[in-house]
Write a protein that binds this ligand. Sequence first.
Ligand SMILES: [Zn+2]
Length: 349
Amino acid sequence: MLNDKFILGGIEISKDTNININIELPKLYNTPTQLPVRVIRGKKDGPTVFVSAAIHGDELNGIEIIRRFRKLNILKRLKGTLILVPIVNVYGVMNLSRYLPDRRDLNRSFPGSSKGSLASRIAKVFFDEIVLKCDLGIDLHTAAIHKSNLPQIRTNTNNEYTFNLAKAFGAPVVLHSELRDGSLRSSAQDNGVPILLYEAGEALRFDETSIRIGVNGLVNVLRANKMLPYVTRKKTKKLPVITKNSKWIRASSSGMLRTIKALGDTVKENEIIAYIDEPLGDETFEVVSPFDGIIIGKSEIPLVQEGDAVFHIANFKNLEIAENKIEYFNEDAIEQSEFHELNNEEIIE
Ligand SMILES: [Zn+2]
């Protein structure tokens, strides 16, 4: 798409160019505010893909994923165009907040409007300047505040193209997820731009495994999309756990949450995952799994109110296979050493 003439932020970018561009956003009072974007165009033609992070301003793993990914030497062999947007919600990142100063959620404001709310105007700039120029988007998220997610790709598994890319990414879990109104994914898809959503780790924290799976995942998807070459011999890789449905379990009572299962653990139907204890009462309530599956998300706060979502379980029947796959993907992420330029980087503990 648009391989010869590519214009972003009013600047024409020719092939074989690697450039930072700042796109004007609504000012914060008198302070000019810009959306920083890196555009990398290869010598050869190919698809145009964007990678975005921090649409929710407190979800930081994606910023680090893009920072590491951008330094990879393999990008010199890119076919097509990459648009990297490490911080979409610049206002939220400054405030360590998921939301915008108008308290709206940017990811419920797409495709946006130039006459709408602040959130809607920012969404419009991002959507028109970046999303609509692309053939594919990869949007990086973490769990919401005080929750954590096992690295997972969420996409429409009924679409063969995105399903194949989701499997190629190399996260331990691929989850079919329905579209949410106003989300980037839903609006982009309505305009013919498929989106892969990577969800991994916690808000306001870095998680090394999530970051590494993310960096490799971007390379893996671009390879599967014929934009990057395979440099090493392709190993036969395992398929991730693929699941069509999942469920958040809610606390049946208020109290202190004593968790006995970890993220990535498998659980049987009716197996106890945690206990809820009253601070002075003698009663203890059990939190049990509604079906056989894997814990793909959990609350990190040991205090719960009745009705709080505490565990996210992905439905999967064969627990032995699931255990095996999750172990494989986590170890692969830590041990893999294909990108030598990353090996000298200090590891986040
Ligand atoms: Zn998010």
